[in-house]
Write a protein that binds this ligand. Structure first.
Ligand SMILES: *Cc1c(COP(=O)(O)O)cnc(C)c1O
Length: 432
């Protein structure tokens, strides 16, 4: 059916206005796109430096989701009525947006899920069915729990063995140790693109080439990479790539699993239900084509549409410009951190994303976090869902500041003023 140009489904995902169109990257100006950044915490302006946990949402994403509910809400892939068709168009347009964003060859290779966690669980449950006792899965010591636990569960079910490639004192993967653990029994390699606890950017292309040389499939956990690094799944040649919308300025509850069509084709369904079937009888059910075979039930339609708007926003700014800005902030923060005596950086890899993890002698990270919160500064304190990383460095937790496109140098300065205040209070016993 032909649609009018002023169709709501088309307008809904229209590219964002304002800042995104401006030529020069202006962090301070871009802040205006994020309404939450206007609020205060304990009477101080919010300094949001917990972007690796989740990023804030620009107005265009919020508007896009609201407009979906105000103007098009219907279930998708079901009705012949106009609303259902327009909702389907908006949902499928977001799939095309994701395909372009990561340069997948085909739209069928984009599966919408709840987030990185579900994407990895999908692969473990479905691809994992081919694993036999004695087969091996290789991960690294710097993985997020969501790229550890699904494999442990799979190992329990299948009798496969989980092997772990070590990291060094800088928090870099030891490539020789990794290569050493690839063998004839390895069935899958699952590695994070960027460590959420350390900021380390892994040489994923090299990792993928090493695994492929032995005929081993590779899953990349891209949760921390998607907001910062231009991803090209065809150049990487990864077999699976997973990321979450909410760390990419999009809504919570949505994520993406990219999988090579031939692999997804050969994999059994993950969940059964509506939308994933072709024909159901009590004797036998046949399954729908890709990607619908892996999208059982009503998905988070509004969230998917919102993710499309978030990708449009980020793409209009340019990931390279965003990364350059964030690297500048990271360099500034690293320099300030090095000037604080008693502060130890955790994660000093030569290639790092905009994450600064640290500990301070004599002050528990949670106490640092509390003092920072009093100043309106949001950082993450804890093990960052990467307990093995904490164990590696013999620490219980770190303070983690993570930067996004809207952060400024002034915010980095505020962070270190507050860090010094915490140090004065706890170490020197002086009140600030
Ligand atoms: C956040 C994160 C995950 C999990 O993502 P969810 O959105 O919570 O599913 C997995 N891996 C890394 C590296 C992460 O940072």
């Amino acid at each position: 059916m032909k649609r009018a140009a002023d169709d709501l489904g088309v307008l809904l995902c229209a590219a964002p206005i304002g800042a995104a169109a401006s030529a020069a990257f202006d962090g301070a100006r871009l802040r205006e796109d994020f309404p939450i950044l206007r609020r205060t915490v304990h009477g101080k302006p919010l300094v949001y430096l917990d972007n690796a946990a989740t990023s804030q949402k620009p107005q265009c994403v919020i508007d896009c989701e609201a407009r979906y509910y105000c103007e098009l809400n219907a279930n998708i892939h079901r009705g012949v009525h106009s609303l259902s068709q327009q909702a389907t168009d908006a949902y499928e347009a977001a799939r095309d947006t994701v395909r372009r964003f990561i340069n997948a060859a085909r739209r069928e290779e984009i599966v919408f899920v709840r987030g990185t966690t579900e994407a990895i669980n999908l692969v473990a449950a479905s691809y994992g069915q081919r694993l036999k006792p004695g087969d091996e899965i290789l991960i690294t010591e710097m993985e997020h729990h969501s790229n550890i636990v699904p494999w442990q569960l799979l190992c329990e079910r299948s009798g496969a063995v989980l092997r772990v490639a070590p990291i060094d004192e800088a928090g870099e993967l030891m490539l020789d140790g990794f290569e050493h653990r690839l063998n004839a029994r390895t069935r899958l390699v699952a590695v994070t693109h960027v460590s959420n606890a350390l900021g380390t950017v892994n040489a994923v292309k090299r990792i993928i080439d090493l695994a492929h040389a032995k005929g081993i499939a590779v899953l990349i956990d891209g949760a921390q990479a998607a907001p910062h690094i231009k991803i090209d799944v065809q150049t990487l040649d990864c077999d699976f790539y997973a990321f979450s919308s909410h760390k990419l300025y999009g809504p919570t509850g949505v994520g993406v699993l990219y999988g090579k069509a031939a692999l997804l084709e050969a994999m059994p369904p993950y969940q059964g239900g509506g939308d994933m079937i072709r024909q159901v009888t009590f004797a036998k059910t046949t399954f729908n084509d890709l990607p619908y075979k892996f999208e059982a039930g009503t998905p988070h339609i509004a969230g998917v549409v919102g993710l499309g708007a978030a990708i449009d926003y980020v793409s209009a700014l340019g990931l390279d410009a965003i990364a350059a800005h964030e690297h500048e902030l990271l360099a500034h923060a690293t320099e300030q951190a090095r000037a604080v005596c008693g502060l130890r950086l955790i994660g000093t890899a030569s290639d790092k994303s905009s994450i600064l993890s640290f500990v301070i002698d004599g002050v528990h990270p949670h106490d640092v976090g509390t003092i920072l919160d009093d100043e309106g500064i949001a950082v993450r304190t804890g093990h960052h869902c990467a307990m093995p990383v904490m164990e590696h460095f013999h620490i219980p937790a770190t303070v983690r500041a993570s930067f996004a496109l809207y952060n400024t140098r002034a915010e980095v300065d505020a962070l270190f003023r507050a860090v010094r205040k915490a140090q004065r209070m706890f170490v020197d016993g002086r009140s600030a």
